[in-house]
Design a protein around this ligand. Structure first.
Ligand code: GUN
Length: 280
């Protein structure tokens, strides 16, 4: 069994981004990323702080808009419009989830698709679905890079994606379909999950339920990718029973240190893509 070391690959990518940022700055171009955080969700605060720190480390200029949870949709859209028009800003990230009274779709659609470094805008999701992506969601993009780094073939492989969310499950299924895999998406209404996961050459899970994927649900020699993040007795764990499943898998991602660091590296990567798009 080989551990897919996202931490090390992410570091390598961040170093190469740092070099590129330096070269851009020498030409007078400063990449800029704006974060919007609404409310005081502790997990969201941690994520935005980590992303801000990652920007700092590679020399990307970042702006942080922290807004109280009581703000209305229009106030939030107005901030987004201002950032859409700001030439210093190449990427806009609205941290999700948003408070319930704010319609997520409306907010995502307010972002200029050319600054949508999350790849959540319907234009970018549509381009991905057509096999001609502009910006792709960072977590599945990071997984594709991880598979590539370890020369794991996807063409012709049977993939089972557990989780059908807009951030990971759906774009992941599209990326792997584009890469020639046969993809099955499972979700909360899926029946006989085990029968399906056992057929997977590549099994990906993004649910957030500890020990959801047990040893008897995994085919011998499968590649297992764990996107889940939960806290159990103060420890961060994924969806996979790592201890037991790792004996069966050919490759497996740890939690933490697998997919997580790749997500942040891809956010920086997409920001540079946005700069290049603007400058070309
Ligand atoms: N919430 C959880 N993951 C993400 C992400 O990748 N981007 C944004 N904007 N919000 C999130």
């Amino acid at each position: 069994m080989v551990t897919l070391d996202g931490k090390t690959l992410a570091k390598k990518i961040r170093l190469s981004i740092k070099e590129e940022v330096k070269e851009l700055k020498e030409k007078g171009i400063i990449p800029g990323l704006a974060f919007i955080l609404v409310g005081d969700n502790p997990a969201s605060q941690v994520y935005v702080n980590m992303k801000t720190k990652a920007c700092e480390e590679v020399g990307i200029y970042s702006i942080n808009h922290r807004m109280p949870k009581e703000i209305n949709e229009k106030e939030l859209v107005d901030v987004i419009k201002m950032l859409n028009d700001n030439p210093m800003v190449h990427g806009i990230l609205v941290q999700l989830p948003l408070p319930e009274h704010i319609e997520e779709e409306k907010i995502i659609e307010a972002i200029d698709y050319r600054k949508d470094i999350d790849g959540f805008h319907p234009y970018n999701m549509g381009r991905l679905a057509r096999g001609n992506p502009l910006f792709s969601s960072c977590t599945p993009l990071g997984i594709m890079k991880l598979l590539e780094e370890y020369s794991i073939e996807t063409k012709g492989k049977d993939v089972v994606m557990v989780g059908a969310g807009n951030i990971t499950g759906k774009p992941m299924a599209l990326m792997l379909t584009n890469a020639g895999a046969t993809v099955q998406i499972c979700h909360i209404y899926t029946q006989h999950l085990k029968e399906k996961t056992k057929t997977a050459d590549i099994l990906i899970t993004a649910v957030g339920k500890p020990d959801l994927i047990k040893e008897d649900m995994v085919k011998e020699g499968a590649v297992v990718i764990d996107v889940g993040i939960s806290r159990v007795e103060g420890k961060v764990v994924g969806d996979v029973d790592f201890e037991k499943v790792s004996h069966k898998a050919s490759y497996i991602t740890p939690v933490p240190g697998g997919v997580g660091p790749m997500t942040i590296a891809m956010l920086l990567y997409n920001t540079l893509q946005s700069v290049k798009l603007k400058e070309q």
